[in-house]
Design a protein around this ligand. Sequence first.
Ligand code: SF4
Length: 351
Amino acid sequence: MIKKHRLLKQQIKYSKLDIKKINMEQELGLYPKSFSLPIGLQFELTSKCNLFCKHCYNVSGENDKKDSMDIDKWKKLVDDIIKSGGIFQCIISGGEPLLMGDSLYDIMNPLHEDGTAFILITNGMLVNNDTIKKLKKYNFYWVQVSIDDVLAEAHDDFREHIGSWEKAINAAFLFAGAGFPLRIAHSTTPKNLERLPDMIDLAYKLGASSIVCGSIMPSGRANENSNIYSHTDEYFNKLYSTIEICQAKYSGRMEVLINSDLVVDMEMKQHTPNSAAVIRPNGNVRMDCTMPFTIGNVLEDSIVNIWQEVGINSWNSELANDYIKSLDEFSNHPTHTNHIDLDIKLYEEKK
Ligand code: SF4
């Protein structure tokens, strides 16, 4: 059993307080009991990637596979979303979303004109001055570039591509230099934990406004690479105390964040109104990236129907409850591996 570090205890405490606050506001009629449409959506625009990272949670980069959602289908979906009331936040991810070329902007433009703000998640490989110029007009919560180490060769090995570190560093410089709110995402492993303080210093030098660190999710390709995990108390305590020290060091200058614990995250989702979903390159609509539940497919039904018939209450469905209860303390499931085994269809349960 992991001895819970102070930082994890804090996460648990704050999420319980948040749940309590939202529930009280609901009683007073100040917060909705449910959202009749999602307020945020993540678009996993493509499963194609120009890297083949050891930890890829959704097994992107198997580039011979064809995506069912082509550009016209994404554009039609965006049109439907706007006609049904629009969304506040859209996370653009993949695979690598910049592989969409200029088609990416055809998807983003109508949402932008409708007032949606974005989070862009990229590996930085294709970012150049032209990309920066084209992305400049959008409103971003943040732009996220993944950098896993201060050592180029360690990042390149993890990402299975020589030269990927240099490209990610260059992308971070370009984004920060052009005034984008830059977030660095760092996958922490037993191998790079020693260098995490240097990595956080590097993020600050690159001009990041935040860095998010944390252990790798037991999902997708990470399952084939068990040496990128550790489940020891020693590892977790070192990770949490390093983050705590760096939070104090960069207080007021750069946010140093740790991925939220999956169990804490699930509790929050089960006790507050569902507000978001993920749309995959095959049209499947998932509850989120971490839980293997599909609530519908936008190639078969409208996003409004999918949301209103299944999505709204999906976190409290019997299947989801049983699944979440079966996760172990490291968020592994005894019989089902996220993004390796087939998704569980909540909408079939409903029928
Ligand atoms: S982790 Fe990101 S960059 Fe790496 S293969 Fe997956 S989608 Fe591509």
